[in-house]
Design a protein. Structure first.
Length: 282
């Protein structure tokens, strides 16, 4: 299986890929305000790459539960100065975490390789047309509702069936919009319109997403469900996130989005070394 676009390409099976998170927002739930200065943001991106990030995912709008929406112009003002430099300076592909066609298009024009769309539940094909035209990578994430209200009594018939079914349907819609399957990575959207039980069920049955025949991305880094499981603050959630990532990698997940690149890479490389040393059955 391949995940590729005009500016990048990965062939699977291969060691799991790690996306380093770089939020250039004032209000992201864990790194909000830290990288608003473009110079500091670029420095952080170089550090994440040195730690082993395979891609850098830049975000200019917080999507934490209850976050205020951001206008196009404001999001562009946040991300463009950073994306411009990252596309020139980094050797790894840059991804833009946005739901806005205008932001995606401007960033693709600047050299971004991947659009990471947490709003693949929207019925707005404008973004899909842009992804098709630029032949970029596309991460399609499941969300129920929108960030403003998504955590108000999220409801599913069967969360795993529903999310797998949704993503299956989306693959058809993407193809109708001119996006080839090779461009697409799928994401169950941990924490996006999901209760604690929903998140745990999705993780417990994450192997079910293999039926979609596309690479799967998981974002668990510092998320609040870990706080609910462990009773700890955002800064203390790394062990829980690593447990989830290793579990998911052992069940076929190939991409991990994280703020904590070095520990995540180490955990994944250790799992891969162990898996490689399992003696084949004679
Ligand atoms: N999670 C967040 C943002 N973008 N993209 C994908 N594909 N999957 C995720 O799970 C995901 C995502 C939320 O994390 P963060 O960027 O740290 O926070 P905020 O939205 O507050 O900026």
């Amino acid at each position: 299986m391949r995940w590729c676009g005009q500016r990048f390409g990965f062939q699977f099976p291969r060691p799991a890929l790690v996306l380093g998170v770089l939020n250039v927002t004032p209000d992201s739930f864990s790194d909000g305000g830290l990288y608003r200065d473009p110079g500091r943001a670029v420095e952080r991106a170089h550090q994440l790459v040195a730690e082993g990030a395979d891609l850098i995912d830049v975000g200019g709008e917080s999507t934490r539960p209850g976050a205020d929406p951001v206008e196009d112009a404001e999001e562009l003002a946040r991300v463009v100065p950073v994306v411009e430099r990252l596309c020139r300076e980094l050797k790894v592909p840059v991804s833009i975490d946005t739901r806005k066609p205008s932001v995606a298009e401007r960033c693709l024009d600047l050299g971004v390789a991947v659009v990471n769309d947490i709003g693949a539940n929207r019925e707005d094909p404008a973004l899909w047309r842009i992804v098709a035209r630029h032949q970029s990578g596309y991460v399609a994430m499941h969300m129920q509702g929108d960030p403003g209200t998504m955590q108000v009594r999220p409801k599913y018939r069967d969360v795993v069936d529903d999310v797998v079914g949704f993503l299956q349907g989306r693959l058809v819609r993407f193809q109708e919009s001119g996006i080839t399957p090779d461009q697409v990575v799928l994401d169950p959207g941990i924490g996006f319109g999901k209760s604690l039980d929903h998140n745990l069920s999705l993780l417990a049955h994450i192997d079910r997403f293999q039926s979609l025949a596309r690479p799967v991305l998981l974002g668990v880094s510092r998320k609040s469900f870990l706080g609910r499981v462990l009773g700890v603050a955002e800064t203390e959630r790394l062990p829980g996130a690593l447990a989830c990532s290793v579990w998911a990698a052992s069940r076929g997940v190939q991409l991990f989005r994280t703020h904590d690149v070095a520990p995540t890479v180490q955990a994944l490389r250790t799992l891969e070394a162990l898996s490689a040393s399992i003696a084949p059955v004679p």
